[in-house]
Design a protein around this ligand. Structure first.
Ligand code: SAH
Length: 252
């Protein structure tokens, strides 16, 4: 997974690659999804949410240039997978999840794995975690219409914020904001990406986000309800090329 999906796509920081090799993605998935743990895609988890594609996790932590002494804020703990990767790369990780059930699951998992340097909280991450601010890096794992002001305020000078921002349903630009000075921010566009919506006071409202999710292509959008495995397979299935075709091996 790491060699083909991550190194193969141009991520070369040895610390990032080591962290990605170390964290077992399987351990963050519901039982029925485990056999797909090393697939090159996001996968459905509890509460109709998703675990990010491994490459995207690597891309975001790489873009945030995490240093071993850093204090990092993550918005959208989800399964806790990305938080574990960050916990390998930084000193302390604070992560917020909107769904209390997911927050509990992620916390239990991370504790069982021995990550004493991760704090999990249930709540609206668009407001940040003011008591623990400022942060050297902020990583937002859900797509919003703009960078929440509260998060900009909680970014240390020199800090990096990585977030998918976009006006269209589940399609965003991954951007990096660097806090350069008192009120100065540098913004860079990194990639075209697809994330689940950031829902909260400084993100989308739940109603709009639901409408937005429903009107997008079903194969590319995570199921809102946990669906049985055969349905998920049917939804993701694609026809194989003819066996003699040169693209057969890859597709197969
Ligand atoms: N980092 C996760 C990926 C999570 S997907 C992983 O590695 O598994 C994005 C998550 O963001 C979802 O779990 C969703 O519930 C959460 N989310 C959406 N809006 C949020 C908000 N305002 N505050 C906190 N979490 C939010």
């Amino acid at each position: 997974m790491v060699q083909r999906q991550i190194e193969g796509r141009g991520i070369h920081d040895p610390r990032v690659l080591r962290a990605m090799r170390k964290i077992d993605r399987e351990a963050f998935l519901p039982e029925a999804m485990r056999e797909f743990a090393y697939e090159d895609s996001a996968l459905p988890i509890e509460e109709g949410q998703t675990i990010s594609q491994p490459y995207i996790v690597a891309r975001m932590v790489d873009a945030a240039r995490l240093d071993p002494a850093d204090r990092v804020l993550e918005i959208g703990a989800g399964s806790g997978y990305a938080a574990a990767v960050m916990a390998e790369l930084a000193m302390r990780v604070y992560t917020i999840e909107r769904h209390p059930a997911l927050a509990r699951l992620a916390e239990t998992r991370l504790q069982a794995m021995g990550y004493g340097n991760v704090d999990v909280r249930a709540g609206d991450g668009t407001l940040g975690w003011p008591e623990a601010a400022p942060f050297d890096a902020i990583i937002i794992a859900a797509g919003g219409p703009r960078v929440p002001e509260a998060l900009k305020e909680q970014l240390a000078v020199g800090g990096r914020l990585v977030m998918p921002v976009g006006q269209t349903p589940n399609h965003q630009q991954l951007i990096r904001l660097t806090h350069t000075g008192k009120d100065g921010f540098d913004s860079e566009m990194l990639d075209e990406v697809m994330f689940v919506p950031l829902i909260g006071a400084q993100g989308w409202d739940a109603e709009t986000a639901r409408g937005r999710q429903e009107c997008t292509e079903p194969t590319r959008v995570p199921a809102r309800e946990a669906r049985p495995l055969p349905g998920l397979i049917k939804q993701a299935a694609r026809r194989l090329p003819e066996p003699g075709d040169e693209s057969f091996a890859d597709a197969f």
